[in-house]
Design a protein. Structure first.
Length: 363
């Protein structure tokens, strides 16, 4: 069978792997592992970003009559610690039946906030792929707390797709794709293709899923950003039989939503910066002149004269947000000086750029 891509990231959501009672759906896991194994045999490198640890741990603790009352963070840490062991062991056994080795990669948002740590994780997964090992990623909820967590694994999978230069990101949820209205209402249809820069705000439901942290709004935001980086994004129903192999097969038409990738080229450093909004330590508020310059298609750097206000405390090479005169965030970048120096230089001429174009990502 001919597949459309050679390297893909597959994100499996909690609602795909959890039964209605919150327990792990082993049958669905087995079916997905069979499909990943088929892709693997077909020459496709697969990086799996899998949710399900918390749901798995919750059901395991219920089996053991866990009665101690826990706060939200404590419960998430406990369920994740128990569930992650159960989840990766199940994947290990399923892939072993196919003669395939898998490896666990647990990460945190904080561990990806520096370029060095980012490159270390990239190298780890590259070595795994070169040796025929399937990387299975999940956020390490045992040490992540609310303010340092990824929005959900959609955000993590988007960063990983950019990091690993994947050709496609497949987000498996429990619905067929992005709908042009409320999926429960008659006449509502799946949007089959979403073009670069297409406005989706009128379509998106804001509710979160029962077991996961993110909703369709998060999926669309991440998908749009990843597609803007030249990576195709597919949102599909992970509970459908053979969904993975079908959406990647050139000869099969499957109901799903495809975000058509932009044809622009983005450097590896800019890809990291594009996904670094959550690591930002401060803000640069620009004036009208700088905003107009940044809005033009030609490459420009952000100069001190274009900054009217500096907020937050940061060091040289930290990530900062770029804020337009109307208060909207319009980008992120790696700044070339600390916050004290930035405040001294803001609004002045003849000084080196705060953020060079090579380290500036505009939305």
């Amino acid at each position: 069978m001919a597949y459309r891509f050679k390297r893909v990231v597959v994100k499996v959501g909690s609602n795909v792997l959890a039964r209605p009672d919150g327990s792990l759906d082993v049958t669905r896991m087995s079916a997905l592992a069979d499909q990943v194994a088929e892709l693997h045999r077909g020459g496709v490198e697969v990086i799996l970003v899998s949710s399900g640890a918390v749901a798995s741990g919750r059901s395991e603790m219920q089996l053991h009559n866990h009665r101690k009352k826990l706060g939200q963070v404590s419960a998430r840490q406990l369920f994740s610690a128990v569930g992650q062991a159960k989840l990766i062991n199940r994947y290990y056994e399923l892939f072993r039946d196919h003669g395939i080795v898998c490896g666990q990669v647990l990460t945190t948002k904080e561990s990806l906030s520096t370029r060095r740590h980012y490159l270390n994780q990239q190298h780890c997964m590259t070595v795994m792929l070169e040796n025929g090992v399937i990387p299975i990623l999940n956020e390490n909820d045992t040490i992540s707390v609310t303010e340092l967590m990824f929005t959900d694994n959609d955000e993590l999978s988007g960063m990983v797709a950019a990091m690993m230069d994947a050709e496609a990101l497949i987000i498996l949820s429990n619905i067929d794709g992005i709908y042009n209205g409320n999926p429960s209402e008659s006449g509502t249809e799946v949007i089959r293709e979403i073009l670069p820069q297409q406005d989706l705000s009128c379509y998106i439901q804001t509710g979160k899923s029962q077991f996961g942290r993110g909703g369709m709004l998060t999926k669309c935001r991440i998908a749009t950003k990843v597609a803007d980086e030249g990576i195709e994004v597919i949102v599909a129903n992970g509970k459908r039989d053979s969904i993975l192999t079908d959406v990647l097969c050139e000869s099969r038409d499957v109901v799903c939503t495809r975000f058509i990738p932009s044809d622009r080229t983005i450097s590896p450093v800019k890809k990291w910066i594009a996904h670094s909004e959550g690591f930002a330590k401060g803000e640069l508020h620009v004036n009208e002149g700088a905003y107009e310059a940044l809005s033009r298609p030609e490459a420009v750097s952000l100069l001190p004269i274009g900054v009217r206000e500096v907020k937050g405390e940061f060091e040289k090479d930290d990530i900062v947000k770029i804020i337009a005169p109307d208060g909207r965030q319009i980008g992120v970048g790696r700044i070339a000086c600390d916050s004290n120096r930035a405040r001294q230089a803001a609004g002045k001429k003849g000084i080196r750029p705060f953020i060079h174009y090579d380290y500036l990502y505009l939305d």
